[in-house]
Design a protein around this ligand. Structure first.
Ligand SMILES: NC(=O)c1ccc[n+]([C@@H]2O[C@H](COP(=O)([O-])OP(=O)(O)OC[C@H]3O[C@@H](n4cnc5c(N)ncnc54)[C@H](OP(=O)(O)O)[C@@H]3O)[C@@H](O)[C@H]2O)c1
Length: 256
């Protein structure tokens, strides 16, 4: 299957959130493909990350590491300007940017645990950073088939919310979904060959999920390599006709 629908030739790909978890596994899986020319791996300290350095040693100039705090709009503008010097078009951008219990964000169980700082931290990384990444990369997504996929989460679905809890994570992912859906409408006008997707990768064994894995049924916790392959399968399957949708790792649509 082609990396994204209608891809002609080899792809230039950017992974936002490349340093660990699903993003790191995506970098490895993409670099193993013949139809990927180059991967731009972005995180706050990508150039100082040991796992990315190992990948770069193996794949040399096919992996370019760039440092950027995606909550900082000036840093995003600088990232886009730096990229534009050597890259004419990005065929695929995957944002894995997300926090649940780190950096001031909290997996709240009750209203009493909710506070402004936690809400702001969750929204800054989970909703604002991915859409501002799309804003700044837009000039590189305009003239040929291009997919922008952001990792959302099933718990961001309002229709699927029967358990409650995780106020700020749920709400920030719901906000991300709305932002992506809105962007898909604008991109349809700017580039009919563009696709914008919100993807749920499945519960995956990473730093983000580690404190909450006790409730995951046996056999239902994915390893990052499997989650990455599922994400790649979905970006290969879903094209402009599906743009603006919210999809799970297994290809099933998720209700808003
Ligand atoms: N794991 C799961 O079970 C699960 C389930 C559903 C959805 N998801 C979603 O899938 C995505 C990936 O999750 P994961 O489990 O792989 O998480 P993870 O292991 O914690 O990785 C998160 C990545 O995001 C980067 N990042 C965070 N804040 C950043 C910032 N301000 N600027 C630049 N990069 C930043 C991190 O890099 P640095 O910290 O090095 O900058 C890291 O590379 C998240 O959006 C998560 O919500 C995960």
């Amino acid at each position: 299957m082609s990396l994204i629908p209608s891809l002609n030739g080899k792809a230039e790909v950017l992974i936002g959130g490349a340093s660990r978890g699903i993003g790191l596994a995506l970098c490895a899986a993409l670099l193993a493909r013949d139809d990927v020319a180059k991967v731009w791996g972005v995180s706050r300290n990508a150039t100082g990350n040991g796992d990315l350095a190992l990948l770069a040693r193996h794949h040399r100039e096919r992996l370019v590491l760039m440092d950027c705090d995606a909550r900082d709009e000036q840093a995003l503008a600088a990232l886009a300007a730096g990229l534009a010097q050597t890259c004419a078009h990005l065929h695929l951008v995957i944002s894995t940017l997300g926090i649940l219990h780190q950096e001031g964000a909290k997996a709240e169980k009750s209203l009493a645990q909710l506070d402004l700082a936690g809400l702001q931290a969750s929204f800054a990384t989970n909703a604002f950073a991915p859409i501002l990444l799309l804003k700044h990369l837009l000039p590189l997504l305009r003239n040929a088939p291009a997919t922008f996929a952001a990792l959302s989460a099933r718990v961001g679905s309002i229709g699927d919310n029967r358990l409650g809890g995780w106020y700020s994570y749920r709400a920030s992912k719901a906000a991300l979904n709305q932002l992506l859906h809105t962007a898909s409408i604008e991109l349809r006008r700017l580039n009919p060959a563009a696709t914008v997707l919100a993807l749920h990768p499945g519960t995956t064994d990473t730093q983000l999920s580690r404190p909450f894995q006790g409730n995951v049924p046996a056999g239902k916790l994915f390893d990052p390599g499997f989650a990455a392959q599922c994400v790649i399968e979905q970006v290969g399957r879903l094209g402009p006709a599906e743009s603006g949708g919210f999809w799970a790792w297994d290809g099933r649509a998720i209700e808003w």
